[in-house]
Design a protein around this ligand. Structure first.
Ligand code: SF4
Length: 218
């Protein structure tokens, strides 16, 4: 396989972005939310769980808990039951309540809008922080790397890395910063629509001509 220069790779990424814009013009997170706090909670609950299930759970949860204070004062056992169907509910409940306490104590009840402060909250790693910063605050501070982004970026030949932080760093070098949030959201949608884990639909994929299909059986 011919090695692609960084310049050529950037040109290819630019074409990929143009096509993604056409196919997913309003790419955004599938997690329902009305404010940064709701998106933070939904994203913590979404680990190892489908967005559909999270949305079903938060539909009821958001009626009851409206502020960081509400979550901070929640009864742990009861909260565990309220989010139980999202899986890993002991940890998720502990993290949501602990994060809410910190938001109340250190940030006046408002979800912080910068990477460092978000990462200082319990249960918040870069993926969660990027989802919140990009989709609730409109800030491009990084690129979300979830299972879909990881798989699609690898098949597109945009990274050889396995570690989420290194994948994100590779993508941040290739994608213009003002497109970081869009790019993560669009790759997630593309992974669901065409580039499925087991059987990618390369024949109908709009990126087919720009994709080396790394690791895909032909
Ligand atoms: S051509 Fe195939 S491997 Fe490449 S992005 Fe499309 S579905 Fe995925």
């Amino acid at each position: 396989m011919i090695r692609e220069s960084q310049g050529d790779l950037k040109k290819r990424v630019s074409k990929i972005i143009t096509i993604l814009k056409k196919h997913y013009p309003n790419a955004t997170t599938a997690l329902h939310h009305r404010n940064p706090l709701e998106l933070l909670v939904a994203t913590i609950l979404s680990a190892q769980c489908t967005d559909e299930r999270v949305n079903a759970v938060t539909k009821e949860l958001f009626k009851k808990y409206k502020s960081a204070e509400d979550y901070a004062k929640a009864d742990l056992k009861q909260f565990e039951q309220e989010i139980r169907t999202t899986g890993f509910y002991h940890n998720k409940a502990k993290n949501v309540i602990a994060a809410a306490k910190q938001i109340v104590e250190r940030f006046g009840g408002k979800v912080p809008d910068n990477m460092d402060d978000l990462l200082s909250l319990p249960g918040v790693a870069r993926k969660t922080a990027n989802v919140v910063l990009g989709n609730a605050f409109g800030k491009n501070e990084g690129i979300v790397v979830d299972t879909h982004v990881r798989r699609v970026a690898y098949r597109l030949g945009l990274t050889k890395q396995k570690d989420a932080g290194k994948i994100e760093a590779d993508l941040m070098k290739l994608v213009p910063q003002n497109q970081w949030t869009f790019f993560g959201n669009a790759l997630i949608l593309h992974g669901r629509a065409y580039c499925n884990a087991r059987k990618p639909n390369c024949d109908e994929c709009p990126l087919e001509k720009l994709c080396p299909r790394v690791g895909v059986d032909r």
